[in-house]
Design a protein around this ligand. Structure first.
Ligand code: SAM
Length: 397
């Protein structure tokens, strides 16, 4: 079965001319030389490739013609491979009416259309050049069950007034179509729930998607959501729009992206009303989710905080708070006494955490923190020491 799905996917990539890219330098060299793309700063290009911030600029450049579009798509070769593996393992979509939101050059659309010849697929995007590439792929593969529309996804309900879909797909589109509000900074999980904000514009877009879904329809999202807090932000806005997370279908998918291993959550929503899941419960669920194509351990920051809390009765011995002048946030490095042992806990107000429970000697740990903090202080950042929770409370956050 595994082999069969792998063959189907690789054959599809061959047919559409999507090649595997494993090396950043080679990839950008090829793009620069072959396509004369006037973005000499590879970093800019990489950032735009990952997130276009709604400008559409990169899509017009890369979808100039099908060959250019496929060369750029090599960046995501393994992302597609792993997403398609998940699709092939899931339920049979044959005979279903499917909407692909933000289809770009149609790589996902045409794969699903070929896999399920009796499904009917409509794919929308606002980038006309992307749609032209998508239509070319569909023609090449002689697909008869797919149509493409140039539509602003924020208004899908206005466009599909009468049509309802059984499945809506979003492969990295929903986050690009709408901007989730930025979370306020937080020192601990207890503060996260307050920092989650639901924006009217986001709810309006998600609602327009909900409206074109049949009563028993599913919304399948594979988005570049970073960290549990961002996922919950997304989930909360969905809930406000009448779409509820199906945690049983959720998983994390790892894939190679040039030289790196990345991970994204795959989340399925539907209209079945479910109770709201609290933050702590969600972290527990999220940390235990199956990981498709697991290659590396991705540390779950909040799990670390839960492990710290689970240490039980403890007393703060020493700490420093560093407020970075660059505005990237603040960080605390602390030593705690737990029974007759000591632990070191480092955490920030932007989500990073590190806990060391073994081999910590009190005086040595304090000396190390002090030395590092002094160094950071000397290069211009604000460093404050504290020896108790009361002292820490008085610090400006
Ligand atoms: C990362 S790409 C999607 C890739 C595609 N789903 C796939 O599987 O290959 C994001 C797409 O969202 C589209 N997009 C952004 N804002 C949009 C909007 N308001 N309406 C429709 N499409 C939009 C962009 O044009 C782009 O093609």
């Amino acid at each position: 079965m595994e082999q069969l799905s792998s063959n189907v996917i690789e054959e599809y990539f061959d047919k559409i001319g999507l090649k595997e890219e494993n090396d950043r330098d080679e990839f950008f060299k090829k793009i620069d030389e072959k396509h004369k793309v006037n973005l000499t700063q590879n970093l800019d290009l990489a950032v735009s490739l990952r997130k276009d911030n709604g400008s559409g600029k990169i899509y017009n450049i890369k979808n100039k013609d099908l060959e250019t579009s496929m060369d750029f798509a090599g960046y995501y070769h393994d992302l597609y491979r792993q997403f398609f593996t998940w699709i092939m393992k899931g339920e049979n979509l044959d005979g279903k009416k499917i909407l692909d939101l933000g289809c770009d050059n149609g790589i996902t659309t045409c794969f699903v259309a070929g896999l399920y010849p009796n499904a009917q697929i409509v794919a929308v995007d606002k980038c006309k050049k992307g749609i032209k590439c998508a239509e070319e792929i569909a023609q090449k593969l002689e697909l008869k069950n797919v149509r493409f529309e140039s539509v602003d996804a924020k208004k899908v309900d206005k466009f599909f007034k009468e049509e309802k879909f059984d499945v809506v797909l979003s492969n990295r589109s929903m986050l690009e179509i709408t901007n989730l509000p930025k979370l306020k900074s937080f020192w601990s999980i207890d503060e996260v729930e307050d920092s989650i904000m639901v924006a009217n514009s986001v709810v309006k877009f998600f609602k327009s998607v909900e409206k074109v879904m049949a009563d028993d329809a599913k919304l399948i999202t594979f988005e570049r959501l970073e960290g549990v807090e961002e996922i919950l932000n997304f989930v909360k806005s969905m809930r406000e729009s009448g779409l509820y997370i199906d945690t049983d279908s959720m998983c994390k998918i790892q894939f190679k992206e040039l030289n790196d291993v990345e991970q994204m959550p795959l989340i399925v929503f539907d209209k079945t009303e479910r109770r709201e899941i609290g933050f702590y419960e969600f972290i527990e669920i999220y940390s235990k989710l199956p990981i498709l194509n697991k290659q590396t351990d991705v540390e779950d920051e909040f799990k670390i905080e839960l492990d710290f809390k689970a240490l039980g009765k403890k007393e703060l011995v020493y700490g420093t708070q560093i407020d970075y002048k660059t505005g990237v946030g603040s960080e605390r490095r602390e030593v705690w006494q737990v029974g007759d042992k000591f632990v070191s806990y480092k955490y920030s107000n932007v989500g990073r955490r590190e806990l060391i429970t073994e081999g910590i000697e009190k005086d040595k740990a304090i000396t190390e923190i002090r030395a590092m903090s002094n160094f950071i202080g000397r290069i211009g950042h604000k460093v404050t020491e504290y020896h108790s929770l009361e002292e820490r409370e008085k610090l400006v956050k």
